[in-house]
Design a protein around this ligand. Structure first.
Ligand SMILES: C[S@@+](CC[C@H](N)C(=O)[O-])C[C@H]1O[C@@H](n2cnc3c(N)ncnc32)[C@H](O)[C@@H]1O
Length: 282
């Protein structure tokens, strides 16, 4: 059977570009080919085993399982990042957070080793894509979830061991415990309030709730942040702190920032969809 015939058998709507693209992505994953290679080769004759494999993954896709979990990887800032059910699938808007951090790093004295913190690291996408672009740096990735840190370890494995540390523990505590003072801090904490109706069905069903939801109406980690961030930053030198928050949380974060950041310059930035998304302290 060719891929084309299998697609017809699975009743794939050839007029629906997204479905065709996703089917192509699943088939290419099963056949260990690139999506581009396969796109022009739907006449390829599948073995029985290959048909069985594509069928299995297509069924999961129809049950709403995200493509990234089916394939076991996704792309973030041009880096391939391994993912599984224990980590959040890194989002597009978070790429911007890393790009801003990279911009700051490149504006600094290149002879100095910069210390970068990826707090609530999950898969490690933030720190890994930073490390890919910035040579002279040491990354500290922290997360409370051991299973998430296992995934981060796989993603960091391509770098020299001296360029990163993966630390387990609660929020900023692993840095505080080691008296680490960083130059750059990037944080994407869980920030959705329990019971929020805006969350997609597939996200709710498949992504780890520990990565999504936070107490205190989703603001728990921001309270913790404002209490403790100065303890983990090298305040004697230029620094850059960037914190992601939910599309409807700017007012709440701004109130906290006005209260806690009287002696610092801070600003808010939007994401690609024009939503307020980041607090930057410099
Ligand atoms: C929104 S996800 C961000 C993952 C990754 N940085 C990204 O952008 O794709 C939040 C992460 O925070 C972790 N987390 C939840 N509670 C935590 C805590 N108390 N301390 C540290 N990490 C925590 C979760 O395990 C999850 O990996």
């Amino acid at each position: 059977m060719t891929i084309n015939n299998l697609a017809k058998k699975l009743k794939i709507n050839f007029n629906d570009q997204i479905t065709c693209k996703d089917f192509n992505a699943i088939a290419s994953y099963c056949l260990k080919k690139t999506e581009k290679q396969l796109k022009s080769n739907w006449d390829y004759n599948l073995t029985r085993r290959e048909v069985k494999k594509i069928n299995k993954f297509w069924k999961q896709y129809l049950l709403n399982k995200p493509l990234a979990y089916i394939r076991g990887s996704t792309f973030f800032n041009n880096c391939e990042i391994k993912v599984n059910k224990n980590v959040l699938i890194p989002r597009n808007e978070t790429e911007l957070m890393v790009q801003r951090a990279i911009g700051f790093a490149k504006s600094q004295d290149l002879k100095k080793t910069l210390k970068f913190g990826d707090i609530c690291s999950g898969s490690g996408a933030v720190g890994v894509s930073f490390l890919t672009e910035v040579d002279n740096c040491e990354v500290f990735a922290t997360d409370i979830c051991r299973k998430a840190l296992k995934v981060a370890k796989i993603n960091y494995n391509k770098f020299p061991k001296t360029s990163y540390q993966i630390l387990g523990g609660n929020f900023l505590q692993p840095l505080i415990n080691r008296d680490l003072k960083l130059n750059i801090l990037a944080i994407n904490p869980p920030y959705i309030k329990f019971g929020d109706k805006n969350i997609g069905e597939s996200t709710y069903q498949f992504e780890p709730h520990k990565a999504l939801f936070a107490k205190s109406n989703g603001l728990y980690f921001y309270y913790e942040f404002f209490e403790n961030w100065e303890k983990v930053i090298d305040l004697e030198n230029d620094f850059f702190v960037i914190l992601e928050f939910g599309f409807d949380q700017k007012n709440a974060i701004e109130k906290l920032a006005m209260l806690h950041l009287r002696n610092y310059k801070f600003s808010f930035e939007k994401d690609y969809s024009d939503n307020w998304r980041f607090l930057v302290i410099q």
